[in-house]
Ligand binder design. Structure first.
Ligand SMILES: O=C(O)C[C@@](O)(CF)CCOP(=O)(O)OP(=O)(O)O
Length: 324
């Protein structure tokens, strides 16, 4: 029997999701906008099998422990219930993303799992419904259903908080990902944003500011105004990190090489190369640039970083079914 594998690409937010208004339903406190990348993705298959004792989850060919499997089981139950299925499942997932290194591997992971569960349960969900389901796995996964630039609309309730495609980003857009380190980060995004929402005096200012950033960046994308889009991206990311510095205890994901990378971006801009940085819940730095400039920028970074730390990504596509 041909095994159906679902591929989902990770995405990097230009307007950040940082904070929930509902933890259980993973409803965000603000809307966000991201770029789906081609270079990082997760392939996942789900097969129901009554000969299994219980859900069996392999990640990168390694059998996962009870905690990780329970998280997947809970998510799968969202699909089993409407499908009237109670059988255990074999879940096989392969991450082509440095896992939990601030490269939002949960985005591609949960989106691919949603797609694979949809196939296994024969639910024939629409992309919008897939986005609603993926959100229940991880907020950033909401956006990986689509390619290019994608907006996750915060919505008013669980039924209308989903992503919509904005633009296919095929106008000389690229991203250089600088992997400062790919170790598992100490504080997950989920914990980091919860602590920030609950304790940072800067959080309300962030919410007012990011709503306006989203409006402005969509105008810039519509006009293909790369500089404006980059300026808003860099500013929005720094404001997110600013909220963390005001949390109790203060939180920072930055490492010395993160600052080296940011300084180099500023230097390149002074030299006339249009590029802007953004960071997530990890030390890695993502450089938004023209695709036609990406090799030149990578060469400059290669003077201070190892080549394997530097990955050029093009805009990626949305959820895709592969047949092995
Ligand atoms: O991607 C962004 O908008 C910004 C971040 O990457 C961090 F900078 C947040 C990702 O949060 P996620 O892992 O999706 O959290 P969950 O909903 O608690 O699983």
């Amino acid at each position: 029997m041909t095994e159906k594998i679902v591929r989902a690409h990770t995405n990097i937010a230009l307007i950040k999701y940082w904070g929930k208004r509902d933890e259980a339903l993973i409803l965000p406190a603000s809307s966000s906008l991201s770029l789906t990348l081609d270079a990082f993705y997760t392939d996942t298959s789900v097969t129901f099998d009554n000969s299994l004792q219980s859900d069996t989850f392999y990640l990168n060919d390694r059998l996962q422990n009870k905690t990780a499997t329970e998280k997947v089981s809970t998510f799968l139950n969202l699909f089993r219930k409407p499908a009237g299925i109670s059988s255990p499942a074999l879940i096989k997932s392969t991450n082509f993303v440095p896992t939990a290194a601030g490269l939002a591997s949960s985005a591609s992971g949960m989106a691919a799992l949603a797609g694979a569960a949809n196939l296994a349960c024969h639910l024939q969900l629409t992309q919008r419904e897939l986005s609603l389901y993926a959100r229940r796995g991880s907020g950033s996964a909401t956006r990986s259903i689509y390619g290019g630039f994608v907006e996750w609309q915060m919505g008013t309730c669980a039924a209308d908080s989903y992503a919509v495609p904005i633009d296919d980003a095929d106008w000389d857009i690229g991203m250089l990902v600088v992997v400062v380190n790919s170790r598992k980060k100490e504080m997950s995004s989920r914990e980091g944003m919860k602590n920030t929402v609950e304790t940072s005096p800067f959080y309300t200012g962030w919410l007012d500011s990011t709503a306006n950033d989203l409006i402005e960046i969509k105008k810039a994308i519509r006009l293909q105004d790369f500089q404006k889009m980059g300026e808003i991206t860099e500013s929005n990311g720094m404001k997110m990190h600013g909220t963390m510095l005001g949390a109790n205890p203060p939180l920072s994901y930055w490492e010395p090489d993160s600052v080296v990378a940011m300084q180099l971006v500023r230097q390149l801009r002074q030299e006339g190369i249009s590029c802007y940085f953004t960071m997530d819940a990890g030390p890695n730095v993502k450089v938004l640039c023209r695709l036609t400039d990406s090799e030149k920028i990578k060469a400059r970074f290669a003077k201070q970083f190892n080549p394997e730390q530097l990955i050029i990504a093009k805009p990626g596509e949305g959820l895709k079914v592969l047949t092995k």
